[in-house]
Design a protein around this ligand. Structure first.
Ligand code: HEC
Length: 207
């Protein structure tokens, strides 16, 4: 079956792409378009955009959360949790001052960025964190007072690390990047962001 891009776009708008077969056609067409029109530049490569892992394939096949079979979502989360690598030295916390810089930094992985340069986490684009920073997005929940409200038990340390490392371990097809799994942030950067969330001295946990 052949569909024009416009037809597919309107099908998606009316929710038809929620049907796996149509959604699969749509994903295939998008791939063809990307292959034809997209040029690799710097860290933004055609392969990086087109190569989907199992999680991304499932999320493309079921883009509408309500239509995504619960069993498949649960399986995806369990598999993603298994992919989490915990800190090699058992230390979860770095320096919140560095974490704040990473949370503020939205650079990285774009064609205008230098390949191999460290990436930012862009956390403020989706979350409130400290009270001092009043410019933030709200796609994700507020993380203000995250550590103060949850404490720093082993369970919280492990959960928070795993969430940052692979957001889909707890929320299939999450909008939040899989920072560790995708190599966006390295181990030290993840520790610094952990400290921003959990260190009692971090501005996130101040009144
Ligand atoms: C593109 C948006 C986006 C970005 C960027 C993002 N997040 Fe998230 N985050 C979310 C969403 C959406 C949720 C909640 C739903 C979910 O888990 O998918 C979430 C959930 C979380 C949670 C779990 C909150 C809870 O109540 O348990 C933590 C912790 C978190 N994010 C930390 C971060 C940190 C730290 C960064 C930066 C390194 C970051 N996020 C970047 C979208 C984002």
């Amino acid at each position: 079956m052949k569909y024009s891009v416009l037809m597919l776009a309107s099908a998606a708008a009316f929710g038809l792409a929620a049907q796996p077969s149509l959604a699969a056609d749509y994903a295939k067409q998008t791939q063809e378009l990307m292959k034809a029109d997209f040029r690799s530049k710097g860290p933004a490569t055609v392969e990086g955009v087109l190569q989907q892992d199992e999680a991304q394939k499932l999320c493309s096949a079921y883009p509408t959360p309500e239509k995504r079979p619960k069993k498949l979502a649960a399986k995806l989360e369990a598999e993603q949790l298994k992919l989490v690598k915990y800190p090699s030295d058992g230390q979860y916390m770095g320096r919140w001052q560095e974490g704040e810089k990473i949370a503020q930094n939205g650079r990285g992985m774009q064609s205008s960025d230098k390949a191999g340069a460290p990436n930012g986490g862009n956390c403020y684009a989706c979350h409130q964190l400290s009270k001092a920073e009043i410019s933030f997005g709200n796609i994700g929940p507020s993380l203000y007072q995250y550590g103060k409200l949850r404490g720093d038990s082993e369970a919280i340390l492990k959960y928070t690390w795993a969430k940052l490392y692979n957001s889909q371990a707890f929320s299939a097809c999450s909008n939040m990047p899989r920072f560790g799994h995708k190599g966006i942030l390295d181990e030290q950067q993840l520790k610094d962001v952990m400290a921003l969330l959990l260190d009692p001295a971090s501005p996130v946990n101040k009144d």
